[in-house]
Design a protein around this ligand. Structure first.
Ligand code: 4AD
Length: 551
């Protein structure tokens, strides 16, 4: 028999016959397929431009035989591997088939399971319950399988034994799957530890939603020490982590505490709009939007609206999103943050300072007294000491002296002089060194907002306050407001603002003006202080900052 080889047009494939019309590409393959055949190779006729099939030379044949031997060995190896794999698959299938034989069935003679949330575990000891939640931790081993279940209200350790542990659905269970576990809650004996000192002995369970394993598994998506930006892309999953969810729970308790405090102070909650046409805190941080063809902005602060409520509702507050187009990438600036703001009528500057101090002390006290949030703060911030008593009050001018005495320069690298802004770095250094809350007061007119009341004894400075906390810096900014009509108009002029568009705000000074003041508290900032987070980004559900608006 003859086989044909053409190095240019041939193909080495079992589907090719190796004929003159459909030759192989290599002599080695030709021999590997047909060891006994005579090999003809497509080559140039000597001293001519012509090509023809000629019998392979002796030396080329020797080489081809060697090549064919190699191909044979390779094929045998592949065959062996395939057989091994098939055997393994068969074994695994047999094992699964064995596992499949284990049927998990609910014992209908057991008492009906009472549906509970995990917060109610202690009241249901020795009761048969059903708990729904996410597989937070999972230990699959020979013998019992341990699941730590999470439902948002708490955690419980569950143990699966016997067939329940061996069954396929357990062996293939993954982290973050949802399950419904039924069984009796037992108190753990001395020396064994689990959340709440209890364990759920599961007698039956169902998988509600199986999470992916392998490449797509939860732990592959949320890797500890991953780049922060990758973790922010997966924020919807990262929120399930223990620290982030703890901060969110403290946040909820903080909101409740704030509302409780204002309720006790007889202050009324209002909800001002977020789409506005007046700036409050300067044009450079405004987010502009096209409002049906008119220029509008996302609110920087609800302060002006709160001022407008005093005459109808008395002292008021709001919890509202504020927006700042902050170009700076600092650890305490967000583009959107939750702003707790209040406005109080008929009070003096000292009353305002006392009120802010009382707010912070009481809100922190209520959070620490909360049975869920209190322990979480201690867990996140073990060294936290709740502030009490009077906060240190420090005038701007004395802060400059302090900074100069401590060799901390201004933004130009020089000694501080009256009128300089105390930028973040210097403010942080001072606050961290002093190490206690500071009410920094009486800032110069030119570095503060247009609406601030000037001090009666020194018109160069305002009745203004920043509350500074160690590790974070400013968490609150407030002031008394200019309540004299003419003085306010002068301020608009000074700041180059169009007074006509503020007609509704200036009217407040016309129709029954009163001395009043207020402040804004940054929710994420107070949380960063309370929970000892490096950045306010860790205190917001889905933080927004330049370059980040998803998910
Ligand atoms: O000092 P600010 O800009 O004051 C006002 O907006 C006043 N109109 C509030 C008022 O008197 N009703 O902001 C108040 C607080 C700051 O102390 C800070 O805690 C927070 O709001 N804040 C920010 N938090 C996160 N990201 C930002 N970009 C913030 N800007 C201000």
């Amino acid at each position: 028999m003859s086989v044909y080889v053409n190095e240019k047009s041939g193909v080495d494939s079992v589907e090719v016959p190796g004929s003159e019309a459909q030759p192989f590409q290599s002599p080695a393959f030709a021999l590997f397929q047909n060891p006994e055949a005579k090999v003809f190779v497509w080559k140039q006729v000597e001293d001519s431009e012509e090509f023809h099939y000629a019998e392979i030379s002796a030396s080329a044949l020797k080489k081809a035989k060697k090549g064919a031997e190699g191909l044979k060995k390779k094929a045998e190896k592949q065959q062996k591997l395939a057989e091994q794999q098939a055997a393994q698959q068969e074994q695994a299938a047999a094992k699964l088939a064995q596992l499949d034989l284990i049927k998990i069935e609910e014992d209908t003679s057991l008492p009906p399971a009472k549906k509970i949330k995990l917060k109610a575990v202690q009241e249901n000891i020795d009761t048969r319950v059903v708990v729904y939640g996410w597989v937070h931790r999972l230990r699959i081993q020979k013998g019992p399988v341990f699941i730590t279940l999470r439902d948002g209200t708490g955690f419980i350790q569950a143990v699966l034994t016997g067939d329940l542990a061996k069954a396929r659905q357990t062996q293939e269970l993954t982290l973050e799957s949802t399950v419904a576990l039924k069984g009796v809650i037992h108190k753990l004996p001395e020396g064994k530890s689990a959340p709440g000192g209890v364990e759920l002995k599961v007698d039956y369970y169902e998988v509600v939603g199986l999470s992916p394993g392998g490449e797509d598994s939860f732990t592959n998506k949320i890797q500890e020490n991953a780049d922060p930006s990758l973790l922010l892309d997966q924020r919807h999953l990262a929120l399930r982590g223990e620290s982030l969810s703890a901060v969110m729970k403290v946040r909820a308790a903080l909101m409740r505490a704030v509302r409780q405090f204002y309720y006790e102070e007889s202050m009324v909650e209002v909800t001002p709009p977020c789409m506005v046409q007046n700036q409050v805190e300067g044009g450079s941080t405004l987010f502009k939007l096209d409002y049906y063809g008119e220029e509008a902005y996302l609110s920087q602060s609800s302060q002006l609206y709160l001022e407008s409520c005093l005459a109808s509702l008395g002292d008021v507050y709001c919890v509202q999103e504020s927006f700042r187009a902050e170009k700076s990438h600092t650890r305490r600036h967000l583009s959107e943050y939750t702003h707790i703001e209040a406005e109080l009528a008929f009070l003096e500057f000292d009353d305002l300072l006392d009120h802010i101090e009382k707010l912070i002390i009481n809100v922190v006290k209520y959070v620490m007294e909360d049975p869920i949030a209190g322990p979480l703060v201690k867990q996140l911030n073990p060294n936290f000491v709740a502030p009490s008593g009077k906060f240190r009050r420090m005038e701007y001018i004395h802060a400059l002296e302090w900074l100069n005495e401590h060799g901390i320069p201004n933004e130009d690298g020089e000694k501080f002089k009256f009128g300089d802004d105390i930028a973040e770095a210097a403010e942080r250094k001072m606050t961290d060194t002093i190490g206690e809350p500071i009410l920094l007061i009486r800032f110069p007119v030119e570095i503060k907002s247009f609406y601030m009341q000037k001090c009666a004894d020194d018109k160069r400075v305002t009745e203004s306050v920043d509350v500074l906390m160690p590790n974070v810096g400013e968490i609150t900014g407030g002031s008394m407001r200019t309540h004299d009509y003419d003085e306010l108009l002068e301020a608009f002029e000074r700041e180059g603002l169009d007074k006509d568009s503020y007609y509704w705000f200036t009217d407040l000074r016309k129709y029954g003006t009163c001395p009043h003041g207020g402040y804004g508290l940054g929710t994420e900032r107070i949380l960063a202080w309370l929970c000892d987070r490096f950045t306010v980004r860790d205190c917001s559900l889905y933080p927004r900052f330049p370059g980040r608006c998803k998910p």
